[in-house]
Design a protein around this ligand. Sequence first.
Ligand code: NDP
Length: 456
Amino acid sequence: MSATKVETFLESALTGRPIGADRAAPPNVTPVNASLMRTTIGPLLLMISTPILMLVLWMSARYHGGSLLDFALAGPDIWLQHVPKPTGTAVAIIVGWFIVQGMLLQWLPGKRFLGPVTPAGVQPEYKLNGVLAWFITHVGLFGVAWPLGLLDPGKLYDHFGSVLITLCVSAFVFCIFLSWKGRNYPTAPDNVLTGYPLLDFFQGPELHPRLFGVNLKQLINCRVSMMGWSCIAICLAVTQYQRNGTVSTSMVAGVTVLVVYLFKFFWWESGYFTSLDIMHDRFGYYICWGVLVWVPSAYEIPFLYLVEHPIQWSIPVAAAMVAFGVLSIWINYDADAQRQRVRATNGQTKIWGKDPEMIRAQYTTADGQKRESLLLVSGWWGVARHFHYVPEIALAAAWTVPAGFSHLLPWFYVIFLTILLTDRSVRDDRRCAAKYGESWNEYKKRVPYRIVPYVF
Ligand code: NDP
């Protein structure tokens, strides 16, 4: 192959665009008018504190019985002793997982789905084969590989610290690569820089980067992270079983709610492509490091805790908790579905048995085109502007209550999620106000509360 051909091949692999396609322009530097706190200090503090917090959470759960106080009192010598180290096994687990999920995404059949048009007028493409990938992953791991003795899912617990630290370092390096790729080999003309290096690294330059033709947000957010979240929780239930000869009813209840939630995620994967993470957040440290490291470290804590602290419930109590969790999942899903259905049918649908109440909101894209979106004002979107965050928090509580109330640690995710979603509702309000102007003000008049009616 000549040097030019190699260069063309590499460029196509890095941008994810077919050989010969026009190259996207380098990112525009669009200076943001924001404080030093938002552009530099905030991102820096988050990038320093999140890996430390990840270690604190892991060590408290693994070595201090779930007690943050016990961890704090242990002192630096013990902390250093317990800091996990990257291992070859951890690398093999991570690389194996990436390869399997990448192959399932690329090779399993699935409909092509075009996501919402970006501000630069680009329509990202996805492959809808999540449910099939979910079945193959779960059945393959727990129904075939485990019974045949090819893999022992219960052993993940012993390697989990090493997996987390390996992920932490490698995800950071990968974010550096994403930043370089976005500046030099962007996939589409959606790449934007703010001129503040830390903010640009934190939020990432590209909206929908592709590599070797693979949509990185779909691979990493959905298949590597969300699929991993479900499988890790089941692995931890297997560990509890191997250690105690049985799985406690509270573990079964918690894992069931989580697995139903994540199965719904894949069943509704196209809906996720219209969420803020995908539509608006760029693919940098915040999203990429977050889904690769923060999800397994912070979101698995209730199950991690339960491995060594089994709690036995009566069957009716466990069943009631599953029912509560599934109801919350359904309400959250129904709210998401209402919003999407109204837009997909241009309002020709029923919301709670009636014609939907809507606002036709005009906006202008970055390339100056006038467009229109429907804002639903009835159904769940008439209760509050982000009422669906209430069942999102409730369903997380449903898989946390099984870990009991004796320690704060298992509740970390619920507390974190409450703060995250409250902040998200504020950010989203701000973004929608800038996008829709007067129409958003009208929506706010008709639906005055952000999340909880009469409270917030
Ligand atoms: P939302 O579902 O809140 O959607 C917000 C977007 O919807 C807005 O930016 C706007 O986009 C559009 N919109 C706003 N109001 C209306 C309306 N009245 N009618 C129609 N469209 C409207 O996005 P999220 O990404 O926050 O949530 C998606 C799902 O993910 C939810 O189920 C949420 O609970 C879940 N989630 C889970 C998290 C977790 O860690 N477990 C974290 C965050 C979310 P546009 O520009 O298109 O108008």
